[in-house]
Design a protein around this ligand. Structure first.
Ligand code: SF4
Length: 354
């Protein structure tokens, strides 16, 4: 398989350029074309000699990703992208407008093998990992779209399709490139990485001491409930997961954010709130409550607004910081995996503007 130069960190690119027998300043030029100017083809690199452009075009890949569908929520302007990869697979991204700037959520894998029962992304299993180049393309295409609409991407969330830590090396290279000051230059503090709780990989990530926010999908206060919705909990019991999170906080100094999708009648009762408070005590963590999105295949329902608010109040009244996630893009299936899935099933949405 041909190497894709967009997937290489600056150091790796310097090595590659050296191996080509080219002067070292070429690495700087190529990196700038790929990540500052976001070139989509080697032929665009006009300050390189023609012979080198031809060599790059014939000997190196450059992943072709395109926006196949772009949907805008009529309610809140949230933009959802269906990206098409070169091999015909699809992944999704969502761009949300916040007062502090736009936030982009992207996919890290095509499909997912984690099997969470409330999630549409996993219904057809894992197809493959995305390369750093493909993840960067998601960001660059969305950034271009944002700029064309007078907007900007200020933060990034790895919470789309896939489990980022299941694609560890590619995601690490992607983050290194994205945050490099001679690249897109998005600071790590503006990046959140979401995991369903792969304990071994949480330790591996801690070693990197990145300044990003680790967001752990907990969704239950105990193993009994967690195992019903998240198969990963059979491999990593909740006590081991929470210990890893406490160690992560000690090693990196970064507070963890816990995601908790409230499912009507499953994990949204007052006793669940009390158990959660006990579990997270002393971690200074934040709990993000997400009223679950209805996925037709799972039969889960969201609870009433009052019960969601009561759950949040119970946490906050007992010293556990918690907020309810603002719902965005409810008319465009903004929850991850739903659009790709409906594309697989070749259905079309109803109230979309494209
Ligand atoms: S919630 Fe995340 S980890 Fe779980 S199946 Fe969906 S994409 Fe995978």
């Amino acid at each position: 398989m041909m190497k894709d130069l967009r997937s290489l960190t600056y150091e790796q690119l310097c090595e590659e350029v050296k191996a080509m027998g080219q002067p070292s300043f070429r690495a700087k030029q190529i990196y700038s074309w790929l990540h500052e100017k976001r070139a989509e083809d080697y032929s665009e690199m006009s300050n390189l000699p023609a012979a080198l452009r031809e060599k790059l075009s014939s000997e190196y890949a450059l992943a072709k990703v395109s926006i196949e569908r772009r949907m805008v929520s009529k309610i809140d302007g949230t933009v959802k992208y269906l990206f098409r990869l070169e091999d015909g697979e699809h992944v999704e991204g969502v761009r949300m407008a916040y007062k502090r700037g736009g936030s982009l959520c992207i996919s890290t894998q095509c499909g997912c093998r984690m099997g969470c029962t409330f999630c549409a992304s996993t219904l057809t299993g894992l197809c493959r990992n995305l390369t750093p180049s493909e993840m960067l393309s998601e960001v660059y295409l969305a950034a271009k779209d944002a700029e064309e609409h007078g907007e900007k991407i200020a933060s990034l969330v790895l919470m789309g399709i896939g489990e980022p830590l299941d694609n560890f090396d590619n995601v690490m290279d992607f983050l290194t490139i994205l945050s490099s000051d001679n690249g897109f230059n998005l600071g790590m503090r503006h990046i959140s990485l979401s995991t369903c709780g792969l304990v071994d990989k949480i330790y591996k990530l801690a070693e990197r001491k990145l300044q990003l926010t680790l967001s752990v999908s907990l969704h239950a206060p105990n193993d009994e409930i967690r195992r019903r919705t998240m198969p990963v909990a059979k491999r990593w019991p909740i006590d081991e997961l929470i210990k890893a999170c406490r160690d992560y906080f000690d090693i990196t100094g970064r507070r963890i954010s816990f995601e908790y999708a409230l499912i009507d009648g499953v994990n949204d009762q007052p006793e669940h709130a009390m158990e959660l408070i006990k579990l997270l005590k002393g971690m200074g963590a934040h709990v993000n409550l997400i009223p679950v999105n209805k996925v037709n295949e799972t039969g889960y329902k969201r609870g009433k607004r009052e019960s969601v608010e009561a759950f949040a109040k119970l946490l906050n009244d007992n010293g556990q910081n918690a907020t309810i996630r603002r719902e965005l893009g409810s008319d465009i299936n903004a929850a991850c995996g739903q659009l790709r899935r409906s594309t697989i099933k070749t259905e079309k949405g109803g109230t979309l503007s494209e």
